[in-house]
Design a protein around this ligand. Sequence first.
Ligand code: SF4
Length: 359
Amino acid sequence: MSKLPDLSSLFARHKKAVLWFSGGKDSLVCLDLCREFRDQLDVCWVNTGAAFPHMAEFIRKATEGFNFVEIESDQAAWIEQQGLPSDMIPVANSIWRDVSASEPKILLQPWTACCAKLRFQPGLDYLARSGATFLIHGQRRSDGGGFTVDSKPDAKVEICKLLWEWSEHDVMDYIGQHGIELPEQYAEGLVDSLDCWNCPTRAGDSAAKMAARFAYTARRYPDLYEELKLLMGKVFLATEAAFKEVKADTTHVWRGAAEKFERDRAVPKCAPERGGSTSDLERNIQAYGAMEADLFKHHTGQWVVIHDRKLVDTFGTLDDAAAEALRRFGRGPYLIRQVTIAPLFTTADVNALQIGAKT
Ligand code: SF4
């Protein structure tokens, strides 16, 4: 495979290597590619204590025959101390709050800090302990977002992002050609190693992937899902309450600006209006609003094209949606928009949580 670094010469330069392993498709391909060098390799998985039960089993089985090292980190203790991971952190709910103020009901921390402490730091610590001079991981350029481990944690360690130039298609092709077994959730279209079952945040994933993870958890682990919903509810309550407190008295000032921003955002850059008017676009936006509840049910995370107030189709990516819109309607006007995540809670859920938070 031309996009691969020369593993033979890399392993020739280093006596010992560590592969960071998560059990997902990318790390499974890395594992397979490194098979012939297994005598020089430690395969390291960080178990936060909150892995999905089937993933812990899958990972131990997939790494049989390798020098497998399972590192433990203590998610429960860290969250107890620092708070629940969240994409939004009101200062009053963080460890940086005014310490003279009363204790926050719900403590939150940035998910990046949580992942760094529980998943990445233990991997780095093991790397240092192992004496390895070569680190391999399967992060790809097209992953986008999240952490990128490409700087040297130690001058003596060479880092190889083995699949950096691969697309998801390359990875799935390799898996098909080599008959590599994938974790069960892949058969349901959830292309992810899942990480912590009780993570109430996106942790670098797209909204669509997060929604798919929740839906999978609800089906496969209904008891765990009930716990996850409570954690999600706490994060939701804390962030919503902070937002209301800060913004409530100035709502009249920012609402108009926010709505304008939302309208502008909905105009596709690749298809500027022509031959239509702003009111055509506004009618398409209104049509989207009328369909939104139904779209959330069936197409969360997908991209929709709306033309002449009708849903044209749904697409997996913005590029696909824009290409089809341009092909059919030229320069518009039409609306291309992502169906972002649906509210996860009913009023009844939130009321129940509010009662719980007060007691
Ligand atoms: S996946 Fe979520 S809970 Fe697990 S370490 Fe990352 S932020 Fe924390």
